[in-house]
Design a protein around this ligand. Structure first.
Ligand code: NI
Length: 171
């Protein structure tokens, strides 16, 4: 089921999500199915559970946007264990639609996480995948891409969003 993606302004997006402790449950399977459906419906490359209103440390990523089954990744309770190099590229977020800004990120990261069965996994990625890992793991820590911008740029975006909220064009 495609879920509603909550937008910037909802406090859940700026809170650390709770760790997942139960695996192999119908609830977890349904959450993951819904997260992929919601991400594909929005044409995103990643989605974190807080974006659909769930305070759980779960992210899904697919840099092929549904083109390649092998690119479908699930990371639960993830942690970045290694960061190398630097890349600067345009970044956006499904919870902050309409805004894109260059964000500096590590070019290559290694992630330790659990899969949907609770088994430990280690994944590495570079360029777009590394960016997706960092963006989605940030979400689980209550951090949004605009937190990586200069205070000035962030304030401009916040002001524009406030106007949209007042106009009823942001919910
Ligand atoms: Ni995002």
């Amino acid at each position: 089921m495609v879920r509603k993606i909550i937008k910037y302004g909802d406090p859940l997006l700026e809170q650390k999500a709770e760790p997942v402790t139960e695996f192999n449950t119908p609830e977890l399977r349904e959450t993951l199915t819904d997260m992929f459906e919601t991400m594909y419906a929005a044409k995103g490359v990643g989605l974190a559970a807080p974006q659909i209103g769930l305070s759980q440390q779960i992210s899904v990523i697919d840099v092929s946007v549904g083109e390649n089954e092998a690119d479908k990744l699930v990371i639960i309770n993830p942690e970045i264990t290694c960061r190398e190099g630097k890349q600067v590229g345009e970044e956006g977020c499904l919870s902050i639609p309409g805004f894109r800004e260059p964000v500096s990120r590590a070019n290559r990261v290694t992630v330790r996480a659990q899969n949907e069965k609770g088994e430990p996994i280690e994944l590495s990625g570079e360029e777009l995948l590394a960016r997706a890992f960092q963006h989605e793991i940030d979400h689980l820590n209550g951090i949004l891409f605009i937190n990586h911008l200069s205070g000035l740029k962030r304030d401009i975006i916040r002001r524009k969003i406030k106007k949209l909220q007042k106009a009823g064009e942001w919910d």
